[in-house]
Design a protein around this ligand. Structure first.
Ligand SMILES: NC(=O)c1ccc[n+]([C@@H]2O[C@H](COP(=O)([O-])OP(=O)(O)OC[C@H]3O[C@@H](n4cnc5c(N)ncnc54)[C@H](O)[C@@H]3O)[C@@H](O)[C@H]2O)c1
Length: 380
């Protein structure tokens, strides 16, 4: 059943919520479609401060208390990745539609459970990152199919941690600083679930599901430091995967402590017999894609500028960080209100989760492992 106005609860009032989710979702241009009616975070002072700042009626210290609020139709999950499964499950069981930030869960079994639960309760389940929504990604998929680089031979993509989560401005502000240490712990920590998930979503949005994975993985930085405190690294921070897409098309994927092969964040480089497609650069020249003119004027590595091609990233949203997540949430809202499903499906997210989970298993067992999940690519 469609509803005219989606009343949204926000689970977790940390860095992404304060920087992106709340500034975007409280803009005047969308109040006819969605309103944030509640927040929850165990750091209740932060939730209350954010509620006051963004004009949100209710702030709760627990998810259970928020889910008992009748003024919520849907939630967005912005909590640590290791808590996503529990938070998604509880929200679905309470009858709420769910948008979840990357990465949806850490295991396929958990993803299966959520997909079945959402279907059984006729609720919408949407998972970020919606790389598949980007016109740049659609254009790359079409160009490869048309043979723009000859016969595709192999691909490479990935992303690195660096010191990003130790130095984000929200985490260095004295007594109100937001604790990043979950990014280094299990379950859910490490660059694979945090940043390589973007690269894997993009790669598979272009090539479709992978068939087999093998990997090596370990920890390169055994301790991190936050507010003078040493935090032991539990989650692998240095992982290299090899993916088999069938017909001898292979990809190398990294989720590492440092380093990158491409200035365009999480972009894939496709090597062919007659050229190279490197993110949005075909043999060094930008490809054509919808709304490309909106992205011009800066380097191709300007991630936020590249997001101006997304349909909801207009007006004030172009000046607010993390606009790709705003697009994912507005696709979710549109699905709830108008019955138009988003391309950023939970099945796609499950496939990426399987690659990561199975990659870690492969590294441990020292063998290549077949992948079982699939998802549908859009018909171009
Ligand atoms: N930081 C980024 O740049 C960024 C960008 C894109 C997506 N994300 C995604 O956003 C999500 C959150 O990341 P973040 O960087 O904002 O993390 P964060 O550590 O800054 O914030 C997480 C928040 O969740 C709260 N929390 C912990 N347990 C909770 C519980 N049981 N119930 C409700 N809230 C709880 C914490 O108190 C904290 O305020 C993750 O899925 C991450 O992958 C983060």
């Amino acid at each position: 059943m469609s509803i005219p106005l989606v009343r949204l609860g926000v689970i977790g009032v940390g860095t992404l919520s304060l920087r992106g989710v709340l500034p975007h979702m409280t803009q005047a241009d969308i109040v006819d479609r969605v309103r944030v009616t509640a927040l929850c975070d165990p750091v209740i002072e932060r939730a209350k401060d954010a509620a006051a700042k963004f004009g949100i009626p209710a702030a709760y210290p627990t998810l259970d208390a928020m889910l008992a609020d009748d003024d919520i139709d849907a939630v967005t999950i912005v909590s640590p990745i290791g808590l996503h499964f529990d938070h998604c499950r509880k929200a679905l069981e309470a009858g709420k539609h769910v948008h979840v930030n990357k990465t949806m869960t850490t295991t396929v079994a958990e993803a299966d459970h959520l997909i079945a639960l959402a279907a059984a309760k006729n609720l919408r389940l949407v998972a970020s990152p919606g790389e598949i929504l980007r016109p740049q990604v659609t254009a790359a998929r079409k160009l490869l199919r048309q043979g723009a680089i000859g016969t595709l031979s192999w691909a490479e993509c990935g992303a690195a941690f660096g010191n990003y989560h130790e130095t984000e401005p929200e985490r260095t502000a004295g007594s109100t600083a937001i604790d990043p240490t979950w990014y280094f712990r299990l379950p859910g920590g490490g660059p694979m679930y945090d940043v390589t998930s973007y690269a894997l979503h993009q790669l598979t949005a272009i090539l479709g599901p992978a068939k087999r994975v093998t990997a090596m993985s370990g920890i390169r930085v055994p301790a991190r430091y936050w507010q003078g405190r040493e935090v032991k690294t539990e989650a692998d921070d240095n992982t290299l995967l090899l993916l088999d897409f069938g017909n001898a098309v292979f990809a190398m994927v990294f989720g590492t402590a440092g380093g990158r092969t491409n200035p365009q964040f999480a972009a894939t480089t496709f090597h062919g017999t007659a050229g190279v497609l490197d993110g949005i650069l075909l043999n060094g020249t930008s490809i054509e894609f919808d709304k490309r003119e909106e992205t011009l004027g800066g380097p191709v590595s300007d991630w936020e500028a590249q997001m101006r091609t997304l349909p909801h990233v207009t007006g004030p949203h172009r000046a607010i960080p993390e606009s790709h997540i705003f697009e994912d949430m507005m696709q979710f809202v549109r699905w709830i209100r108008e019955g138009v499903p988003t391309l950023a499906t939970a099945e796609h997210a499950r496939h990426v989760i399987e690659i990561i989970e199975t990659g870690f298993a492969s590294a441990k067992e020292g063998r290549a492992i077949d992948l079982a999940t699939t998802f549908d690519l859009p018909v171009d």
